[in-house]
Design a protein around this ligand. Structure first.
Ligand SMILES: *[C@@H]1O[C@H](CO)[C@@H](O)[C@H](O)[C@H]1NC(C)=O
Ligand SMILES: *[C@@H]1O[C@H](CO)[C@@H](O)[C@H](O)[C@H]1NC(C)=O
Length: 456
């Protein structure tokens, strides 16, 4: 009797010791960044820009005390379904070998996780639709997974991000002859008039790809994350429930919802948190949305993933670091209020040199210019839609106007505050090279990252 009592007591002590050990383990293995991830995307090709927009390894370094994760973009896949460097000479060439230099950053930033991203709309679209065909058979999936394994043997990335190039939802017809314009974009945005007849098969194949890839990565303690590119219909291509257990995070690129390329005749907010209140339904008819009737906005995207079983801590909200610009003409309303009639992309920025796009550094210079051509800025006291700035068409001189939807430290902060209030995982900065990495706006480098980080 006594003996058995003693035994139970001993047993109890043993059990409680085991329990305490388990608790301690749980505490220590918990992700310290469960709700405040700052995932910094790095477009390595920005190295090729000229002048003050040239973006190099040294510039990345000055962001890293602000980032929890660094995502190197972008690798491509070849016609044999293998992962290959997107810019071979820069990524792995003997001159630079940025893959190696990037992963070596962990020596100076031991807590930083460094992933390699694949796709990201940087891989040229081909007639073969390799991102779809790859998902179709177990042979092609295995080829891909083996090539990722080989790459991870050569370079010490902490994980792989699949920014898979699924076909974007086509913008619906706009007021003018938009069809031909879309046709012209075929090579740039991919897929053209292509209609995916095997959506279901591609979605299931992708789910298996993610499961099998993770099975290879797990024992090596490598992470797997997904990036949902703008205009990809998640209900079609992402089986959220089956994906969630196999991924560390999903980066929602819920921006570029309107772009001067997709919507040349109508300038509008590019990355709203919520659908615009009180817009008559008619206004939205010509806008294809990837999250159903409620429209393309961050809230709708986050809700889709949450409602389909993704833990909030795995949902990371993308914040662009650039402005999208449109040309205003004599047909544009003078109020500046979006949606506003426009005529295609605004002029290129002096350093980034791409029509319809301005880096935050370029945008901020335009806003603070003392010249007569200064833009009028309109902030966002509602904290829901984002900022814009504009200059109307000048009837006297016939000079075209400009409308810019842009992100600034305040709107980035609003997005981070949204993330916090919904219990999501953090923010993704897209990307480092278009933030003010030299600190020309206010003297502080990376104002957009800072604006977001301090609201998480
Ligand atoms: C990266 O930067 C290069 C150089 O400006 C640009 O051509 C390319 O479109 C950018 N890629 C992405 C995915 O933003
Ligand atoms: C997205 O996919 C769902 C499910 O197939 C569909 O009901 C919806 O219309 C699609 N959205 C767009 C804009 O095509």
């Amino acid at each position: 009797m006594l003996l058995s009592l003693l035994k139970t007591a001993k047993m109890k002590t043993l059990l409680s010791v085991v329990f305490v050990v388990m608790c301690i383990k749980a505490v220590f293995s918990a992700d310290p960044n469960e709700h405040n991830k700052v995932v910094c995307f790095w477009n390595s090709t920005a190295y090729e820009r000229q002048g003050p927009a040239k973006f190099q390894l040294e510039d990345v370094k000055s962001a890293l005390s602000l980032c929890t994760h660094l995502v190197y973009g972008y690798a491509h896949i070849n016609s044999d379904f293998e992962i290959v460097p997107g810019s071979p000479s820069l990524d792995t060439g003997s001159g630079y070998s940025y893959y190696r230099l990037a992963t070596q950053l962990k020596r100076s930033f031991p807590d930083l996780k460094i992933y390699l991203s694949i796709g990201g709309n940087s891989d040229p679209y081909d007639e073969e639709h390799k991102y779809l065909v790859l998902t179709e058979t177990s042979e092609s999936r295995t080829k891909f997974i083996n090539s990722v394994n080989r790459l991870l043997n050569d370079y010490d990335f902490d994980g792989i991000d699949l920014a898979w190039q699924f076909p974007p939802v086509r913008p619906k017809k706009q007021r003018s002859a938009f069809g031909s314009f879309w046709h012209g974009l075929k090579n740039k945005l991919g897929y053209g008039k292509f209609k995916d007849e095997k959506e279901q098969e591609h979605r299931d194949g992708f789910t298996i790809l993610v499961r099998d890839l993770k099975a290879q990565l797990r024992p090596r303690f490598k992470a797997l994350t997904l990036t949902v590119l703008p205009h990809v219909n998640s209900t079609v291509y992402y089986d959220a429930r089956l994906l969630a257990p196999n991924i560390e995070a999903i980066h929602l690129f819920a921006f570029d919802q309107k772009t001067p390329e997709r919507n040349p005749k109508e300038a509008d907010f590019t990355a709203p948190i919520y659908a615009s209140y009180g817009r008559v339904a008619e206004d939205n008819i010509d806008v294809a949305t990837s999250y159903g009737d409620e429209g393309d906005n961050i809230d709708a995207a986050a809700r889709y993933w949450l409602e389909h079983g993704t833990p909030g801590s795995k949902i990371v909200v993308g914040i662009p670091t650039y402005a999208r610009t449109w040309k205003l003409t004599e047909d544009s309303q003078i109020s500046g209020v979006p949606p506003i009639v426009s005529d295609g992309p605004g002029a290129s920025g002096p350093n980034t040199n791409e029509p319809g796009l301005l880096s935050y550094a370029e945008m901020c210079s335009k806003l603070t210019e003392h010249a007569a051509g200064r833009l009028r800025r309109v902030g966002d006291p509602s904290k829901k839609y984002g900022s814009y700035a504009y200059q109307s068409y000048n009837g006297e001189t016939g000079t075209e106007g400009l409308w810019a939807g842009y992100e600034d430290p305040d709107t980035a902060g609003n997005k981070a505050a949204f993330v916090k209030s919904k219990g999501l995982g953090g923010v993704a900065i897209v990307d480092l090279s278009l933030d003010d990495f030299r600190g020309i706006c206010t003297g502080e480098k990376y104002p957009i990252i800072r604006g977001a980080k301090y609201k998480l």
